[in-house]
Write a protein that binds this ligand. Structure first.
Ligand code: NDP
Ligand SMILES: O=C1O[C@H](COP(=O)(O)O)[C@@H](O)[C@H](O)[C@H]1O
Length: 504
């Protein structure tokens, strides 16, 4: 099994400053040129590095070297590397971009031949020869298709690792395989597997909400919680990205990784973080067909259907929407359904966790809305608790209302960091706690591989997803599906003007 240096298993210090960072870290920010917009690396990687740079979080001598097959000169690389930075028309930002460019350089080379990596190493040594400190660290960020992860990381280790006095770290991005078996082939030593949801502010906040509040902790189990929904909604379709998407589908794209990560943080016992996340995953059996709803968007209101995307194979049955219910067999969560829903081309952009509590004891109250705790991950980060209160006045009536912690109202001065900023900073600090450990990945695939093989038609005909109109909430079966797991839409109770105390 691969080794992974684990600096921290507990909640990382929230007060780490850049004084603790080492000097002279080198980041290889890329290894391929992203097609559509011709950017180097993931569109958010270089803006994140710039964000860290402008806030003083990049160690003093950090230099960023792009590496890809495309031949280009320094000026072209600088242009591409900074083209995705927002706010460049502001003079201060423009000055900072100019300063950031001084940290950039580029080497072109192949993925398969050692000579190219020797050339890269010579380039790195030349840069490092100007550093004051003897300790040089190198971070290799592989924004690459998985087919070349292995050869590239082998070449990096053979030709580009610093041998003395510094550390080497490799960052990789999903997809980490397509199922359990293919993921096992990709297990690499000492890697930081990025799931960018683990860098999102509200996902990080889950730990604090749960473990820094006795009141939350006290009702966080099967005795109080009826059902949980973790929802990902995007208001746009694949639109030209169908070639990639069709091979993967929505479960591999979003559910097996991002939403499952949210679920594990929501349900694990007290940190040690990564050990506890793995324990939860081990308690979840593979998803059943009966607990799965699949959908595919069709043309509506002038918007194209999935099959209208010219990059999608004709008659594809790839799901662009899925709802899957997971069960955790442990004493805390036995019997509580966790519904993970994700879809493209829906009615809104939203990622949230919705925890619905059980009904209050009948008797004093009837038809009263359930409490719901909603953690809005994006957009407009918020935590709000739907609860019942007495209507002001001389009569005793309960109305549903919210206790509302909407971030932009409560923390007016705060800048919420981008997920990639936060995760790259963790890598610089050598903190693995927000990255996906190899055994975690293995268990995550065990949960989803059987259902994915069924969807892929490995043992028979591929299931046909239910159509849903572009811009809708999803397939028509959705509300029945969720209801089956005990979810009660607050509709009637919520908007009904009053809920009476039965006996008063
Ligand atoms: N940041 C915020 O959004 C905040 C909102 N509030 C307030 O809280 C109150 C309630 O908010 P909230 O509960 O989030 O919003 P809603 O009352 O709109 O409920 C949303 C939930 O209901 C489901 N739903 C929506 N439409 C239907 C339908 N036609 N049939 C069945 N289910 C449906 C949604 O499912 P699906 O997701 O699958 O579509 C989602 O689970 C609002 O007054 C809001 O202003 C308060 C603080 C912050
Ligand atoms: O990994 C992915 O995530 C994005 C959504 O990320 P977000 O930070 O904008 O929520 C999704 O669009 C993409 O299909 C998927 O591959």
């Amino acid at each position: 099994m691969p080794r992974e240096r684990s600096m921290s298993g507990t909640i990382p210090s929230m007060e780490t400053t850049h004084d603790e960072l080492k000097d002279n870290t080198i980041i290889i920010a890329s290894s391929h040129v992203v097609r559509a917009r011709c950017l180097i690396a993931h569109p958010q990687t270089l803006p994140a590095l710039f964000g860290l740079f402008r806030q003083g979080f990049l160690p003093r001598d950090t230099h960023i070297v792009g590496y890809a097959r495309t031949k280009m000169d320094q000026a072209e690389f600088e242009k591409r590397a900074t083209s995705n930075i927002k706010g460049a028309d502001d003079p201060e930002t423009a000055n900072q971009i100019e300063a950031f460019k001084q940290r950039l350089s580029y080497v072109s080379g192949g993925y398969e031949d050692g000579e190219s990596f020797d050339k890269l190493n010579t380039h790195l040594q030349e840069i490092e020869s100007h550093y004051q400190s003897k300790e040089c660290n190198r971070i290799f960020y592989l924004a690459l298709p998985p087919t070349v992860f292995i050869p590239v990381s082998q070449h990096i280790k053979e030709h580009c690792y610093v041998s003395k006095g510094g550390v080497n770290r490799i960052i990789i991005e999903k997809p980490f395989g397509k199922d359990l078996e293919s993921a096992r082939h990709l297990l690499l030593d000492e890697t930081f597997r990025i799931d960018h949801y683990l860098g999102k502010e509200m996902v990080k906040n889950l730990l604090v909400l749960r473990f820094a509040n006795v009141a939350m902790g006290a009702c966080w189990d099967k005795n109080y919680i009826s059902n949980v929904q973790i929802t990902f909604k995007e208001p746009f379709g694949t639109e030209g990205r169908g070639g990639y998407f069709d091979e993967f589908g929505i479960i591999r794209d979003v559910i097996q990784n991002h939403l499952l990560q949210v679920l594990t943080i929501l349900t694990m016992e007290r940190p040690d973080i990564r050990d506890e996340k793995v324990k939860v995953l081990r308690s979840i059996p593979p998803v059943e067909k009966e607990d799965t709803l699949l959908g595919q968007y069709v043309s509506a209101n002038g918007k194209p259907g999935y099959l209208d995307d010219h990059t999608v194979p004709p008659n594809s049955v790839c799901p662009t929407y899925a709802a899957t219910t997971l069960w955790i067999h442990n004493p805390r969560w036995e019997g509580v359904p966790f519904i993970l829903k994700a879809g493209k081309a829906l009615n809104e952009a939203k990622v949230e966790v919705r925890i619905q509590f059980k009904d209050v004891t009948q008797g004093i109250f009837k038809d009263i809305a359930r409490n719901e705790l909603v953690i809005r991950i994006q957009p407009s980060e918020a935590v709000y608790l739907k609860m019942n209160a007495k209507t002001p006045g001389l009569y005793t009536r309960a109305i549903p209302t919210e206790m509302d912690l909407t971030y932009k109202r409560r923390f007016t001065e705060a800048k919420i960091p981008e997920a990639y900023e936060s995760l790259i900073l963790d890598t610089l600090r050598g903190d693995h706690s927000n990255f996906v450990r190899h055994d975690e990945l293995d268990y995550a695939w065990k949960i989803f591989t059987p259902i994915l093989h069924w969807i892929d038609g490995k043992n028979g005909q591929r299931p046909k997803p239910s159509p849903y109109p572009y811009g809708s909430r999803g397939p028509k079966e959705l509300d029945g599906f969720i209801k089956k797991y005990g979810y009660k839409r607050a509709d009637d109770a919520y908007f009904w003007p009053v809920t009476n105390m039965a006996s008063l």
